[in-house]
Design a protein around this ligand. Structure first.
Ligand code: TRP
Ligand code: ZN
Length: 887
């Protein structure tokens, strides 16, 4: 592999040399020999240049220019077809053959449960036919699909159905025409024996849109939630963004074998069935929420991604960061904004921060790549969404919407760049946002250090702020960094704020609305320099500062809070995120102190501050249940590990578990009372609704604590046996899975017998065992990949076992003898031959090898080297392994 590797650089971008006026595709579907005829109307922009088309794993049959075969004059390599012609306008026809049945990469045209489907993003269209496979080549598509009727009752592609009919030999056909120009990554074809549910949506401008969700017949009873999510999404995008759907039909297809979550193909989304199928008995609250969010995400792409698309793949965050921001706002509006914000920050810290600190770190606009599929990352998506949120924080909702309006006015129908987005935001608001560029080109999580100085005599409060990117080689370019701030008095009340030189240093839409001169209780300090001081005037007592409210920027804050200040914030701050954050910091301090004691072999100590804070949250009957359920659990193992340059695996696990057990013991009675109360309240039919969700979640948090005490295992088994919904069944099974209690095996066995024929539910059974902190976790996981229901070809199943094991099983994966590493390496090698995209994802846990002790580092490097030595390694795995070893 290493000798043929090509690195793609943003700086090498060149505009296309050819334009496509339209394309006509004809598919004659057969499992092992699908015939594709691709007829393009081409215009040369600088005539005389050879036409170089992308194509991979295609059997080339013929090439015609204006009807005449030129096959003999073409150059064909593994990745390209070069056609030479002096014509400036011509019709190019290409016949190829492909074998969807043998395509296990799940990219291009492939089969899932016997049905045909496609996945073209990022560069998969080239596995279907020779093409200018780049997003800035947009054209109009007409697609004819021919297939035997018995195997493929349904024939679908993008746009509108314009013709269909019968053919000889039991075959039939359909012709679809998409009236919108699009890049080929948005092309889709689906064919098979699917059934659908249908509904209607009337748009704000009074057009009726047909909505269809296609699934395998056995799943037809699990589509309702997805359909209602789609209608909510369409309505929300009209109301909040003024964006209306543009075709007469919107189709979603669910398939079991899919590399990612879902794909926004124009008018024909293809989904991982995990993000479509749900009924209370089979799907958890988390699944329901995921479905609502992913349906929304793909729907929102119709404007942010499809109508306005990316010039090249380095601009991926243009569509993904923006669309994730939009789906986050949607979920916030559907459920609880505070809960959603905290969940998103947790996800960012647990998964994106580590990525940004490792050898695969890249800016939200990567500057180079070997395999584009490797850059569909937490950084491009989630940090990208945080950067879009910065515009929103700086401009306010109204200013942001003005920016969006201008963005669509300028760029509808175009393939554009992140600069185009930024310019629209800046120009619509008449402000200079050039400094935002620095967020797009620098990687790593910035640190924000703040030192405070209170001057009682002058009643001033000074904040000395310093921003930096720790592991940067190049000179740091300061970021435009909005710090949403309040100052709390000792009584917990927010003080009225007056900032010196406010015009230059703050941006406070709220203050502006309130009128000049009027003091507000929250200001947006806008930091532009690497070091900057902000001074508050008229501060009558030394305050407790509340920084980065709502997590106003994706940075690591360093401020020397006292326990007393954290307690005050966690009790009294009126920003829900800030309250949660203060509690997390308290808990983290408690954990860090005890990790030091653990390492010094001293007895562990539970502080009064921690006990009081926990009691305050647990016993507060007025508090929002959704927030309590997020606050009571202790920081995740991964997030604790993130606090250390070198992670002490045993100490992190032992201290977190000790702290949780200690709290369970001390609060056994109130936890039990809470559990019983919520169990009673949550009895009855399942409802997907904010309060019901919060009640189940808090109940199961209480159960999790109680299960740390041996005497309560029966509670979990009872809940497991009685529960009517998957949320409660799974929570019980999960809490049991970490114990050595005999009920563990009983429940696992029952679960398997009940759900063995439902793949999405069976994934949960695999995942629970792969993530278990059981002493023999590795042995269990080794048995799982030998299980008759384990299939390397199915990404969901692979992620349930190998993904969960590497990411979540701290003790099993990081076993001191290195056996966890050796196992995963061997699995990655096996998987790479079938599905490189998924194999590359499984390598991620190895990339952090530098964060472990010397012995583990060595074992992890050995595992990476073993993968590296494999002949014929994919680009996908090669890129991640080689970059990890180089670091
Ligand atoms: N564009 C898709 C989304 O975010 C992501 C996606 C789906 C994808 N399938 C893929 C990315 C395959 C790379 C490869 O909604
Ligand atoms: Zn997306």
């Amino acid at each position: 592999m290493s000798d043929t590797v090509k690195v793609h650089y943003l700086r090498d971008y060149q505009a296309p040399l050819f334009e496509l006026d339209k394309v006509y595709l004809e598919f004659d579907l057969q499992p092992q020999a699908t015939r594709v005829t691709n007829t393009m109307q081409i215009r040369a922009l600088s005539p005389g240049e050879p036409l170089v088309l992308n194509g991979e794993k295609l059997q080339l049959l013929d090439v015609r220019v204006n009807g005449e075969s030129v096959l003999a004059q073409c150059d064909v390599t593994d990745e390209h077809l070069t056609v030479k012609t002096d014509l400036s306008e011509f019709e190019l026809s290409i016949d190829t053959e492909i074998a969807p049945e043998s395509n296990t990469s799940l990219e291009g045209l492939y089969r899932s449960s016997g049905n045909y489907c496609t996945q073209c993003e990022a560069e998969g269209f080239r596995k279907i036919t020779y093409f200018l496979d780049r997003p800035d080549v947009m054209t109009l598509y007409t697609t004819k699909i021919i297939a035997p009727k018995a195997d493929c009752k349904v024939l679908l592609s993008n746009g509108n159905l314009i013709e269909s009919g019968e053919l000889d030999a039991g075959r039939h056909y359909a012709v679809w025409e998409d009236p919108f120009r699009k890049p080929c990554y948005l092309f889709a074809l689906v064919a098979g024996n699917l059934e659908c549910i249908e509904d209607q949506y009337r748009t704000a401008d009074g057009r009726d849109v047909t909505l269809r969700i296609y699934v395998e017949p056995r799943n037809i009873d699990k589509c309702e939630h997805a359909m209602s999510s789609l209608k909510k999404s369409m309505q929300w995008d009209e109301q909040r963004f003024g964006l209306v759907y543009d075709l007469d039909i919107y189709m979603i297809v669910a398939v079991d074998d899919f590399n990612m979550g879902a794909m926004e193909n124009k008018g024909l989304n293809v989904f991982n069935s995990k993000f479509v199928l749900a009924k209370p008995e089979t799907a958890t609250d988390v699944d329901y929420e995921g479905i609502e969010a992913v349906i929304a995400h793909e729907y929102f792409h119709n404007w942010t991604g499809n109508r306005v698309t990316c010039r090249d793949w380095f601009q991926l965050t243009l569509k993904e960061g923006l669309t994730v921001f939009r789906d986050q706002e949607f979920t916030a509006d559907m459920l609880s904004p505070a809960v959603k914000r905290i969940e998103d920050v947790k996800r960012l810290r647990n998964h994106q921060f580590p990525e940004d600190a490792g050898p695969m770190a890249h800016p939200i606009q990567p500057q180079s790549y070997i395999e584009m599929n490797n850059f569909y990352t937490m950084t491009v998506y989630e940090k990208g969404a945080e950067v879009v949120r910065l515009y929103h924080t700086l401009l306010g909702e109204a200013g942001f919407q003005q920016g969006m309006k201008l963005y669509f006015e300028r760029h509808d129908g175009d393939a554009v760049t992140v600069e185009d987005f930024r310019n629209a935001m800046a120009d619509a608001n008449g402000i200079d946002l050039t400094q935002m560029h620095n967020w797009y080109v620098q990687s790593g999580t910035p640190t924000l250090q703040i030192a405070a100085e209170y001057d009682a005599a002058n009643q001033t409060y000074r904040l000395h702020c310093r921003q930096n990117l720790p592991a940067q080689e190049e000179p740091f370019k300061p970021l435009l960094l909005p710090i949403k701030t309040a100052l709390l008095a000792a009584n917990g009340k927010a003080m009225p704020l007056k900032v010196q030189n406010a015009a230059a240093q703050t941006l406070s839409p709220k203050t502006q609305q309130a009128g000049a001169g009027e003091a507000s209780q929250e200001v947006l300090l806008v930091m532009r320099e690497a070091e900057q001081t902000f001074v508050f005037e008229g501060i009558a007592e030394e305050p407790t500062p509340s920084f980065l409210r709502g997590f106003s920027a994706p940075v690591n804050l360093q401020f020397a809070y006292s326990d007393a200040q954290l307690s005050l914030l966690s009790r009294a701050d009126d920003d829900a995120f800030a309250r949660w954050e203060a509690f997390q910091t308290l808990a983290m301090n408690e954990i860090k102190g005890n990790i030091s004691r653990f390492e010094a072999q001293q007895p562990l100590e539970l502080s009064a501050a921690m006990i009081n804070a926990f009691a305050g949250v647990l016993l507060d009957r007025q508090a929002d249940r959704g927030l309590v359920a997020l606050t009571l659990p202790m920081p995740d193992l991964t997030y604790i590990g993130e606090q250390y340059r070198q992670i002490n695996v045993e100490a992190v696990y032992a201290v977190q578990r000790w702290l949780k057990r200690e709290l369970a013991q001390r609060f056994e009675e109130p936890l039990l009372a809470l559990y019983e109360q919520l169990r009673a309240e949550s009895a009855g039919d399942y409802r997907y609704e904010k309060t019901a969700i919060a009640t189940r979640k808090l109940k199961n948090v209480a159960l999790g604590y109680l299960l740390l005490l041996e005497q309560h295992a029966a509670l979990a088994e009872a809940q497991f046996n009685a529960a009517q919904n998957m949320t409660d069944v799974l929570a019980a099974l999960e809490s049991l899975s970490h114990t050595g209690h005999e009920a563990r095996l009983r429940c696992l066995e029952r679960f398997y017998m009940q759900w063995r024929y439902d793949p999405l539910v069976l994934d949960k059974w695999f995942a629970i065992q792969a993530g278990s902190h059981h002493l023999h976790a590795l042995e269990h996981v080794k048995a799982l990949v030998e299980h008759a229901d384990f299939h390397y070809e199915n990404p969901n199943r692979v992620r349930s076992v190998l993904g969960v094991f590497g990411r979540l099983n701290l003790l099993g994966f990081h076993r001191a003898d290195g056996a966890g590493y050796a196992f995963l390496a061997e699995q990655v090698i096996k998987l790479d031959k079938l599905n490189p995209q998924v194999a590359a994802r499984m390598v991620a846990p190895f990339t952090h090898w530098k964060r472990y002790d010397a012995a583990r580092q060595q074992y992890m490097q050995q595992a990476l080297q073993k993968i590296m030595a494999v002949k014929g390694l994919s680009k996908d795995v090669f890129e991640i392994v080689s970059k990890s070893l180089k670091s």
